[in-house]
Design a protein around this ligand. Structure first.
Ligand SMILES: Nc1ncnc2c1ncn2[C@@H]1O[C@H](COP(=O)(O)OP(=O)(O)O)[C@@H](O)[C@H]1O
Ligand SMILES: [Mg+2]
Length: 337
């Protein structure tokens, strides 16, 4: 059963102030995440998709509470309520310096494994570092655990003394996964972990991640800009547009019965391998994605929406249930176009 809630995100907003002028006043606000609500259960994979700039990475960083570290002025509101070993923790409210005891439970892996691995550290040091920080293991025990982790991710113990540049992209991502796994996390935020890899390698890394999920009862928030990557691995898929969720559904619900006009356009852009479906309609959206510094009023998608009405400029649409828990942020979703 996959119904024990691990984390509930409620009305999360992440706004970055933009400074300008000689007095460095706030001249604008980037509404990177603008009121999103969803939850992740234990052992569940949630796919998070949407075009570049819609706020996916910001959601991931908020969920491991590292945004203030990089941008001290960021405004974060809402809740990110974790249930960790019987302890409740709202990551929106916990200051960075009090995060240490939770860091081991929620880990992140990144799109570019090379940039996220210290080039001057050996693999053994990279994977051993979180063990040194978060556990009381002796150096011999750490060494043993590193070797065990390397085997878990399909690398050889002999490779422990090598440096990141001696590995291929796929192997580097395996090192990143081993490092994330080291502290026995409950949730791993996976920020486009295979986008930079060759297609053949992508499948290997994803299969590895699925095996590890089974073995270690992991939950994943799997971020991708491409729906086809998350379709087969996600229990649920969340579609974002300009800082808001436009649709949440099961993987097959989103893929085969998309409701929101934006999701329909995204699905129509996925290449169709089955020749029988070759003539499916491709939906081309008009215009470019606006900036989150100057979001359209009401429904942010309305400026590109094929079924937009004047009313859409007035109120931000709520997520409504389109049946079986499939949520869509558009009351006109049944309209053909
Ligand atoms: N530290 C920051 N300061 C200011 N703006 C930011 C910061 N981080 C992200 N943004 C802006 O927030 C928006 C969402 O970015 P991001 O979460 O990286 O989107 P995605 O991962 O979907 O491509 C973008 O407009 C980006 O420029
Ligand atoms: Mg990103």
């Amino acid at each position: 059963m996959k119904n024990n809630s691990l984390v509930e995100v409620k009305n999360l907003k992440v706004h970055f102030p933009v400074y300008g002028g000689i007095l460095s006043k706030i001249v604008a606000t980037v509404k990177a995440v603008d009121g999103i609500t969803f939850s992740i259960n234990e052992k569940e994979t949630i796919g998070l998709v949407g075009e570049s700039g819609c706020g996916k990475t910001t959601v991931g960083r908020a969920m491991i509470n590292i945004l203030k570290h990089v941008s001290p002025d960021v405004e974060i509101t809402g809740n990110i309520n974790y249930h960790l070993n019987g302890v409740e923790a709202d990551f929106v409210k916990i200051p960075s310096k009090k995060m240490k005891k939770y860091r081991s439970d929620v880990q992140m892996i990144f799109q570019d494994p090379y940039a996220s691995l210290n080039p001057r550290m050996t693999v053994k040091q990279i994977i051993g570092e979180p063990l040194q920080i978060h556990t009381k293991l002796s150096s011999k025990e750490i060494q043993e655990k590193v070797i065990w982790l390397l085997e878990k991710v399909g690398l050889q113990p002999e490779q422990a003394n090598r440096f990141p540049h001696e590995f291929s992209g796929g192997q580097r991502q395996r090192i990143g996964i081993a490092r994330a796994l080291a502290t026995n996390p409950k949730l791993i935020i996976c920020d486009e972990p295979v986008s930079a890899l060759d297609v053949s390698i992508q499948a290997q890394v994803i299969n590895l991640m699925m095996d590890l999920q089974e073995e270690f009862n992991l939950s994943y928030l799997f971020i991708a800009h491409d729906l086809s990557v998350v379709e087969h691995i996600s229990d649920k898929i969340i579609v974002m547009y300009l800082g808001n969720i436009v649709e949440i559904g099961t993987s097959s619900g989103i893929y085969h019965h998309p409701k929101h006009p934006y999701t329909k356009a995204l699905i129509s852009a996925v290449p169709e391998p089955d020749p029988a479906n070759k003539n499916k309609k491709r939906i081309i959206l008009k215009g470019d994605i606006p900036t989150p510094m100057n979001k359209p009023s009401g429904c942010a998608f309305r400026t590109r929406c094929p079924i937009a009405k004047p009313e859409c400029a007035i109120e931000v649409p709520e997520l409504i249930d389109a049946g079986n828990g499939h949520l869509v942020a558009c009351q006109y979703y049944n309209e053909e176009f």
